[in-house]
Design a protein around this ligand. Structure first.
Ligand code: SAM
Ligand code: SF4
Length: 332
């Protein structure tokens, strides 16, 4: 059964934030003193499994777990193994993860065994001091060890790098060369105006990828490709390394016409668009009945009002974020 929204887009991709918690405090994502959700509001692993299962029945072919940091959720492997059954049955094409990499040394082999093939790992810098400045609580060595473990386990890795003015913009050449050596694809992400982070922070960090790309072209040959994932990324291939390099530019590009995705938070709230506030409560129908029928009805009703597009603006007069929730709520 397919889910098709009012604009004819097939919804085949669900991102699930399995926790709002994280062991890092990246400056563009969280404030240092974040207040996290009380446990009663967070779906149990069984409830997350049930909800994801309903989406798979309704036509979702790709599931991505995110967070917060998905691998800090207690017993998360039980959920991942449970979701792996949809791969075995052929109802799902892909089960994947976006992670900060801190727990990969521990989990890489199990992730592969559960059926994951590719994962996204966020890494903005290879410099220890800059890594600490960005993540506040993260340890670069731990992430590099995790990446090694992922490679050894046979997982393909894509590196996500948020471009930050005056922070890591001098390092992109080095990161591209390093990804080439490691055999990793990479996407550069433009910082998005989400969540309150403190006075002026957002405008200071914003670096348009059009500027980055123009500069990269003086050193690298970026061959255009038509490789697409239905999301905002536009991919090139770096001729010198043979690896893909993607650019995610939500602020300067319109990608909504091909949007195939919706996002579920760990409280069971479904966001139909990353850039809009409208959301559907799935937790109430989920908890109201042992039958999945009310849940599936609520999902269908939500898809029927997926908006046409978003409206991100970094407003120079009004410094409030365009979307007040933090990225760690919907997981990017
Ligand atoms: N903790 C995991 C991680 O860092 O990969 C998963 C969740 S994190 C919210 C998902 C992605 O969103 C990361 O690649 C992160 O760099 C990115 N991100 C967080 N806040 C952002 C922002 N304000 N603008 C753009 N990307 C952001
Ligand atoms: Fe945590 Fe990921 Fe947000 Fe960094 S970007 S604070 S690792 S959720």
């Amino acid at each position: 059964m397919a889910m098709i929204d009012p604009f004819g887009r097939h919804i085949t991709y669900l991102r699930v934030s399995v926790t709002d918690r994280c062991d890092f405090r990246c400056v563009y994502c969280m404030a240092e003193d974040m207040a996290f959700l009380p446990k009663a509001e967070v779906l149990t692993l069984e409830e997350l499994d049930r909800t994801a299962g309903a989406f798979v029945r309704l036509g979702v072919r790709k599931l991505r777990l995110t967070g917060g940091e998905p691998l800090v959720r207690r017993n998360v492997m039980a959920l991942i193994r449970a979701l792996g059954r949809h791969l075995q049955s052929g109802d799902l094409d892909e089960l994947t993860l976006t992670t900060n990499g801190s727990q990969l040394s521990r989990y890489a082999t199990e992730l592969k065994a559960a059926g994951m093939k590719r994962i996204n790992v966020s890494l903005d810098t290879l410099d220890t001091a800059t890594f600490t400045a960005i993540t506040r609580w993260g340890k670069l060595d731990q992430v590099l060890d995790g990446l090694r473990a992922a490679k050894d386990a046979g997982l393909s890795v894509k590196i996500n790098t948020v471009a930050l003015k005056g922070v890591n913009d001098g390092e992109f050449d080095q990161l591209i060369a390093w990804c080439g050596e490691q055999g990793f694809d990479q996407t550069l992400i433009e910082v998005m105006p989400m969540g309150e982070l403190g006075e002026g922070a957002r405008l200071d960090q914003y670096l348009p990828l059009s500027v980055v790309r123009a500069k990269l072209k003086t050193k690298w040959t970026l061959d255009e490709t038509d490789y697409r994932t239905g999301g905002p990324a536009r991919y090139t291939v770096v001729r010198e390394t043979g690896r893909r390099l993607g650019f995610i530019t939500p602020l300067t590009h319109n990608f909504c016409e091909s949007c195939n995705r919706v996002r579920l938070t760990c409280t069971g709230t479904l966001y139909m668009c990353l850039g809009q506030q409208d959301a559907a409560d799935l937790r109430t129908p989920l908890r109201a009945s042992e039958s999945d029928e009310p849940l599936e009805d609520a999902i269908r009703a939500a898809i029927a009002r997926k908006p046409k597009g978003h409206d991100f603006v970094i407003d120079r007069r009004n410094q409030a974020p365009a979307v007040p929730r933090h990225m760690s709520v919907t997981g990017g």
